[in-house]
Design a protein around this ligand. Structure first.
Ligand code: BG6
Length: 515
């Protein structure tokens, strides 16, 4: 095997990164984990990269009691923890634009005080009317908050210019079709769809977006991107981490709701959808939804053969002993929640008929590895049989999402020498080697898009509905038969039942890549 590294000439890179317009960001759940670990660091990076307008501010809102100054100190610590050491003056110029309002989500007076504060801050920071309400709270509170915002005149759906006021909603978008529908009805009573930004952070990852560039900015891949040339596609999101401190949430959700309904199906849609007319929000999202609608409907019967779920038992990950899922904090000791899902889906359309898509995601696996692997059909006939090369390996194209973002194409080539000697070569593009450093955190891109009013990478409500409709039989089958849950040892690559899903068709899961 050998690596061939491509060169990208700077003049070949077309770049259309826009700066954010003036904007106020109001974050509910301001001292929560998501805000401290992801959001603050991401807004700070946008600020450091000069992509934010001078005219911006952040207001943290929550139940914890902070003064502005105390919250600024807390934000400073959270930023340093997530992005590393930062020059104190730079940090200070960022935190100076941060405020805090304490209150009770149930009380209308909370929203009135937010409205009064925003009126003042809009003047001080000269941001005009653009503002983002970010719901970093448990979904149970979404309804209460949107109602409260409306009661204080902060949502104004239907009024001219209402799209300047945006609501960011974090997943999970409901727990099934019915609850997502209810949630949506509540939100849409107070905010119009063009004001709603449902975040699936996987769509903000550079390499996930790159799927669209790769497919639709080149001519050489699309002609082979179909059932005539592709044998099967594998999408893997493997995590070595367990549920960590999120046992309470996770035990009610499980891998199907936490990862499959959103991240896995989102990646599947990008890989398999038809070319959108243009790279604008509705064109891209129309194609995404069309693709999801083509996925062969499941039945409780087909769930038995095409879905496998597992739960991790105690084991060893990265050389450390780790407890089993049922012994994680805030997890029910007899929990039947899955931490692993593997599935085989088919897309019933002209392009993909009968091409299996093997999808898997799991926690506490041997390594963190997210990738999309496209395995092409083998050559129809080998002319090298006499040289002992009757069974030639198939070409594979692997899009590495993380860690080590990149693309890898494998093909056969002659090895030097007088004999007919062949080897598999890997042509590798490494994001870090070509562009230098790590790609930016997905939240940076998504927050910037939200400030710019670009909904392309955000999930539209019909997308949520189609994916829950697809998965309803799975939820029903598993609820009826909680015993359909297999144990796997933490630190494993896979387990026999998950292997059988793919082996029954003579294929194997790709090994989880070592970096
Ligand atoms: C989140 C899930 O959406 O994605 C988590 O709720 C999961 O359970 C996380 O760990 C994985 O994200 P990433 O970006 O680390 O792959």
């Amino acid at each position: 095997m050998s690596d061939i590294c491509p060169t990208i000439l700077p003049q070949e890179i077309a770049c259309a990164e826009a700066n954010a317009p003036p904007c106020g960001i109001v974050v509910f759940g301001a001292s929560g984990d998501l805000v401290r670990r992801k959001l603050l660091g991401s807004v700070f990076e946008l600020f450091r990269r000069g992509l934010l307008s001078e005219n911006f501010y952040i207001v943290g809102c929550g139940r914890s009691n902070f003064s502005d100054e105390q919250y600024r100190t807390d934000v400073g610590n959270a930023v340093s923890e997530s992005v590393g050491d930062v020059p104190p003056e730079l940090l200070r110029s960022f935190t100076d634009k941060i405020y805090y309002i304490v209150g009770d989500y149930e009380q209308e007076s909370f929203y009135k005080s937010i409205a009064a504060r925003l009126t003042k801050l809009n003047k001080v920071h000269n941001v005009g009317g653009r503002r983002i309400f970010y719901m970093a709270v448990p979904p149970l509170l979404y309804g209460t908050i949107v109602k409260g915002l409306d009661s204080a005149g902060l949502s104004c759906p239907g009024l001219p210019g209402c799209e300047q006021i945006r609501l960011v909603v974090e997943k999970p978008f409901g727990a099934d079709l019915k609850s997502s529908d209810e949630l949506n009805k509540i939100i849409q009573k107070h905010f119009a769809e063009r004001q709603i930004y449902r975040i699936d952070h996987y769509l903000g990852k550079e390499t996930v977006q790159n799927i669209l560039m790769f497919r639709f900015a080149n001519t050489i891949f699309e002609p082979v991107w179909n059932r005539n040339f592709i044998d099967h596609i594998q999408i893997t999101i493997a995590e070595s981490a367990g549920v960590e401190h999120r046992g309470g949430y996770y035990d009610k959700a499980g891998a199907l709701r936490d990862m499959f309904q959103n991240h896995i199906l989102g990646m599947l849609a990008f890989v398999a959808m038809e070319p959108p007319v243009s790279f604008d929000a509705d064109s891209v999202r129309d194609e995404k939804v069309k693709l999801l609608q083509c996925i062969r409907p499941l039945t409780e019967q087909s769930v038995n053969t095409d879905f496998v779920r597992g739960q991790y038992a105690a084991g060893e990950v990265d050389g450390k002993n780790v407890v089993g899922y049922r012994n994680e904090p805030k997890v029910d000791a007899s929990s039947a929640t899955e931490t692993y899902v593997a599935a085989r889906l088919f897309v019933d359309n002209w392009r993909w008929q009968d091409v299996p898509f093997y999808l898997r995601t799991g926690k506490r696996l041997a390594r963190k590895n997210t990738e999309i692997a496209i395995t092409f059909k083998k050559v129809p006939h080998s002319m090298f049989v006499s040289a002992g090369l009757g069974d030639l390996p198939a070409n594979t194209l692997v899009i590495h999402i993380q860690p080590e973002e990149g693309i890898l194409l494998s093909f056969q080539a002659k090895r030097p020498g007088s004999k007919v000697c062949m080897g598999t070569l890997r042509m590798r593009f490494s994001y870090a080697e070509v562009f230098g450093g790590e790609p930016p955190e997905a939240y940076q891109r998504l927050l910037l898009d939200c400030m710019l009013g670009d909904q392309t990478l955000f999930t539209r409500q019909d997308d949520v509905e189609v994916s829950w409709t697809l998965l309803e039989p799975v939820l029903r089958a598993w609820a009826n038969k909680p015993s359909m849950l297999y144990e796997y040892k933490a630190g494993s690559e896979s387990f026999p039942q998950a292997d059988r899903l793919i082996k029954s068709e003579g294929r194997t899961w790709r090994p989880l890549r070592e970096i």
